[in-house]
Design a protein around this ligand. Structure first.
Ligand code: PHE
Length: 346
């Protein structure tokens, strides 16, 4: 190997590389080419291995030529790279172009389940009177679901609630939201204005008006000097907001162990307007909730002095409210999750 030969080889490499770079179709081909020429085991390195066989004084000359060749190759590579990546970007932009004028896919409109919708409406109406929503457990103990509500273990009123008991002794699925009253009165000092919505469970034969799982919304107000008249006024406001201004209402005597006196609260039949029809059993009235003045025993069970504090409580089924409002005749529809039913509430 002599100096002239090495210089010729370098020149030849420079020329052939230039041609190859110009012909490279894309960035990937260019990268392969770069490795092949300038890489550690590339052709430039291979040529320069010949330097070792030159006399010492000639070596710097070859080194200088080699550097020039390397730099010029690097430059053409860089120029070609810039050109190729520019047109590749253009090609991609073209291929992946988004037509922003295409009409969008319609989003299907959802709706709240009618039970939830009714609870929201109930909460909104009582919210206007300062009632705040509070939730208590679905798994209750016998003490809170029954005993503190003035329903001792062998009390015949237990028959009003067919209970689902858990394997854990003393634990059950709450049969109503009334144990929430106990929990609130145990933990909060009056004045109390609270709304307790939640799921309840009963061991029931299921039919058009009975389910084993349903919602209730409980209301509780406790303060000094709270009267039955306050409750009547509040429930009238509720009935008018929910079913229409001017609707007639009435109290009927009722019975619950934890209220005294107890009442059923009726609103005039929404179908016949009070004349009497099959929908209201020809009475002209529809019962929307049970209520009463909190029994002194219950107040005392919660550490409240009945001489100082009085209260009222009411409990209603949002499904029933929804059924009356929307003229739905079967409670089971609320649990079946049949879209043909649910989609009617959009
Ligand atoms: N807890 C009663 C029921 O399940 C309803 C109710 C609540 C009655 C509050 C009076 C006061 O039927």
């Amino acid at each position: 190997m002599d100096l002239a030969q090495l210089t010729r080889d370098l020149d030849a490499l420079s020329t052939s590389t230039r041609a190859a770079v110009e012909a490279a179709p894309d960035v990937a081909a260019l990268a392969a080419l770069e490795l092949e020429i300038l890489g550690k085991k590339g052709r430039l390195t291979e040529i320069l291995r010949g330097i070792g066989s030159l006399p010492v004084e000639e070596r710097p000359q070859v080194g200088a030529v080699a550097n020039v060749v390397r730099r010029s190759i690097e430059q053409v590579l860089a120029e070609r790279h810039a050109a190729l990546s520019g047109s590749e970007l253009e090609a991609r932009l073209l291929a992946e172009r988004v037509d922003v004028t295409t009409p969008g896919r319609p989003v299907r409109r959802g709706a709240l389940h009618p039970s939830i919708e009714a609870m929201g409406e109930i909460a909104e109406i009582f919210g206007r009177f300062g009632f705040v929503v509070h939730e208590t457990p679905e798994i209750e103990d016998d003490l809170t679901n029954f005993q503190l509500l003035n329903i001792p273990p062998d009390h015949p009123a237990r028959d009003l609630w067919d209970t689902l008991y858990l394997d854990v002794p003393g634990r059950l699925l709450r049969t109503h939201t009334s144990p929430g009253q106990i929990r609130v009165m145990q933990s909060t000092k009056p004045p109390i204005r609270v709304l307790l919505p939640g799921r309840c469970f009963r061991y029931e034969a299921i039919d058009a008006s009975h389910g084993s799982e349903f919602f209730q919304v409980e209301g509780l107000m406790v303060d000094e000097g709270t009267t039955l008249g306050d409750m009547r006024g509040l429930l009238d406001e509720f009935a008018h907001a929910m079913f229409g201004a001017g609707k007639k209402t009435r109290f009927r005597p009722g019975y619950y162990p934890f209220t005294e006196p107890s009442v059923a609260f009726d609103v005039e039949c929404l179908v016949c307007g009070g004349v009497g029809c099959p929908a209201c059993g020809r009475t002209g009235w529809m019962t929307i909730l049970g209520a009463g003045m909190v029994h002194p025993v219950v107040l005392r069970n919660c550490g409240l002095d009945p001489e100082r504090y009085q209260g009222f409580a009411f409990g209603m089924g949002p499904e029933r409210i929804s059924m009356l409002k929307h003229r739905i005749n079967d409670l089971r529809l609320f649990l079946e999750d049949d879209l043909r039913f649910l989609e009617q509430f959009r």
